[in-house]
Design a protein around this ligand. Structure first.
Ligand code: PEP
Ligand code: MN
Length: 284
């Protein structure tokens, strides 16, 4: 018996396809495009984002309400107020939403309010949190730790599966290296390897890898070409005014351009970018 028995690919295990809603899935030929700001800042901000992203379209809206900030003096997120905004946007625009859960006490309220949970890089080896999300019936985006090996990443996912939740989406988001020019180094090698080793969907977050908006688009294209099942991109109505990660945020029109540019790449590798508007653009 191997330590990665549940996450590993084998002849008898099919690629896992996770349904985020009845209409949205990841792990199939359809790519999952996730977009939204680093941080939920206000209802108005999220309305602007939701209204625009419906037309792109993206399939899942992101926005952090509990933020893992390097400095304790940086804005820590709107917390429950932010969760109320996400719940409201989710209902009025019929859009699925994802947000990060940083600790066990936050889990119940977050799981009740959103469609998908995110475990951030800094918590990839928070084993008690992994066990706790293993007991929740919600898909989980598990982000790779800043210095986690492939094996440690798979073992973190194995924690969640072995506690009962098989709906895990792995997310490569860049790893630490010596060169500060990019915030992190996007490890596309690990994406290729993971697609060979695990049946779980694998997505890529080029925003946190690059740390600079002008690098995000081409890295997203490379991720799709490398076989990723989707991408997560940070974008904002006024990128330079973002309360966090402003330097890497795309504008909303840039998001439209990027998704258009992903289409031929997806086709070239036998995948598809969803065309239809998945949620209600006409919502007030
Ligand atoms: C995020 O998605 O906003 C985030 C904090 O990501 P990471 O955990 O990859 O740094
Ligand atoms: Mn961010």
């Amino acid at each position: 018996m191997s330590d990665t028995q549940l996450v590993s690919k084998s002849d008898s295990v099919q690629q896992t396809v996770i349904h985020l809603t009845p209409h949205t899935r990841v792990g199939s030929e359809e790519l999952l495009i996730i977009g939204g700001p680093c941080t939920v800042e206000s209802l108005e901000q999220m309305e602007q984002v939701a209204r625009h992203l419906a037309t792109v379209p993206v399939q899942l809206l992101r926005g952090g309400v509990y933020k893992p900030r390097t400095s304790p003096y940086s804005f820590q997120g709107l917390g429950l107020e932010g969760l109320t905004i996400l719940r409201d946007i989710r209902q009025r625009y019929s859009v699925p939403v994802v947000t990060e859960v940083m600790s066990i006490p936050q889990l119940e309220a977050i799981a009740e309010a959103v469609d998908v949970l995110q475990i951030g890089s800094r918590n990839m080896q928070n084993f008690e949190l992994l066990k706790a999300v293993g007991q929740v019936n919600r898909p989980v985006i598990l982000k790779r730790g800043l210095s986690a090996t492939l094996q440690e990443f798979l073992l973190a996912a194995e924690y969640i599966l072995s506690h009962g939740n098989s709906q895990v989406i792995l997310c490569e988001r860049g790893i630490r290296s010596f060169d500060p020019y990019t915030r992190n180094v996007l490890d596309l090698g690990v994406v290729v390897a993971l697609k060979q080793l695990t049946h779980l969907p694998v997505i890529v977050d080029p925003s946190h890898a690059a740390g600079k908006r002008e690098l995000v688009g081409n890295l997203a294209k490379a991720a799709i070409a490398a076989g990723a099942d989707g991408v997560m991109i940070e974008c904002h109505p006024q990128p330079e005014k973002s309360v966090s990660d402003a330097r890497q945020a795309l504008s909303l029109p840039e998001m439209t351009t990027l998704v258009t540019q992903l289409r031929p790449i997806a086709t070239a590798v036998g995948r598809r970018v969803v065309e239809a508007e998945p949620f209600n653009v006409a919502a007030a």
